[in-house]
Design a protein around this ligand. Sequence first.
Ligand SMILES: *[C@@H]1O[C@H](CO)[C@@H](O)[C@H](O)[C@H]1NC(C)=O
Ligand SMILES: *[C@@H]1O[C@H](CO)[C@@H](O)[C@H](O)[C@H]1NC(C)=O
Ligand SMILES: *[C@@H]1O[C@H](CO)[C@@H](O)[C@H](O)[C@H]1NC(C)=O
Length: 451
Amino acid sequence: MQCSWKSMVLLVLASIAIQYTAIRTFSTNPLSLLCSVGLAATGHAVNCSLKDLARVGPETLEGSDHGCDEIVSHTPAAPSPSPSPSLPSYNANKRTHILILATTRSGSSFVGQLFNQNPEVFYLFEPLYHVQLALLPRLAQSRNLAERKVMLGAARDLLRSLYHCHLNSLESYIQPRPAKHSTDKLFRRGASRSLCSPPVCELPLGPKEQSLVLADEGECARKCGPLNVSLAADACRATRHAAIKTVRIPQISDLRALIEDPRLNLKVVQLVRDPRGILASRIETFRDTYRLWRLWRATGRRPHNLDLGQINTVCEDFLRSVSTGLARPPWLKGRYMLLRYEDLARFPLQKTRELYSFLGLVLNHNVEDWIINNTRGSSDLSSRQKFTTVRDSAANAENWRVKLSFDMVVYTQTVCQPLLGLLGYKAVFRPRELRNLSHSLVEDRTFLPFL
Ligand SMILES: *[C@@H]1O[C@H](CO)[C@@H](O)[C@H](O)[C@H]1NC(C)=O
Ligand SMILES: *[C@@H]1O[C@H](CO)[C@@H](O)[C@H](O)[C@H]1NC(C)=O
Ligand SMILES: *[C@@H]1O[C@H](CO)[C@@H](O)[C@H](O)[C@H]1NC(C)=O
């Protein structure tokens, strides 16, 4: 592989920029980084002195309920949830930061909604999009190790800032650069309930209008006007927990520095899906990138220049990441849960309860209602709804079996064979087996969270 001097210079410049951003974030307000989270909304005066800073070590914060970065008391205005006795791990004081580690077309929007629908969670949909766009505009699938490292370093720094509600860290990556902390360029803003509801978006037309804005992503961007980033940061601080969904972190080991950070209390939900299902869904969604696969499906002949890179990447990243997770290294204790999309599609309520229990969060009735509304009934798959989650999830998880040709299925499952075995997805050897939907290709497996 060659690395021209131009790209080297670019990489060096990019890493300097990232370090500068990170240093600035820390140096402008080192105390706020530790102490502001959750406190602004409570109105409590908290002594968060330099002594606290010195005291912050892995032992003090991990085990204690009195660290200065925790919510001291709950906002009086918000309804106080009563801790359920069936959730022994629930800790009323601890702010939990959740990362949904996923890949495109693996059901991550659906999983994101399980948090977005919860009023106690501040949810962001793919903020790392802006990092990738700013640093690697034309190298979306970069396999170059140096570029990947720069991108991941920036991604980690940004995630850390966002969990601490320093939303203005995101502004450095948004183009054009927001003026006066106000932007209409935030990627998929409408996918975050908190960014489309009061106080971030206050509509004069009343509750009916407001619920319309929440039901339709585009409506939020049209009706709410530019996003006031300072208001959004306030909303983040006023919310008990924060969740971020991303498809731009390849493996769990890329997150190790964040997971080991005792101030962060980060828990990772790794979402996986049968790679054959991911492939079928991507072929429908990313029509240009997967053009040759569509040609194969239409003609019945595999194009000789078919790009296997994309599906290889999915399977390699899953395999490495899941192997790491299932090996249970000490640094993942209490921090990692593996979730198969197919299990969630078949048993949405049960799996969501397991998820919430692992995270130590109380399952809110809004979330349960949303699941009931969105996993039964209409399965309207019109193209406008490509990115929405309003559909029958169970039917959706399986429909690759009627969308891919038998050859394509055999080819993919051969490339991804070790992963299929690890995750309990069965290979098929005859077309009849593939199309017979009463014959399940998902082995019953229980992947218990590492507690
Ligand atoms: C954003 O909100 C803050 C706090 O309410 C306010 O002071 C500021 O003027 C707002 N910014 C814009 C551009 O509206
Ligand atoms: C569920 O659907 C009902 C009936 O359409 C609606 O009134 C309710 O607001 C929905 N709830 C959620 C959480 O989507
Ligand atoms: C479909 O699979 C089921 C369950 O494995 C089996 O009982 C049934 O005979 C199969 N049907 C056909 C047409 O092969």
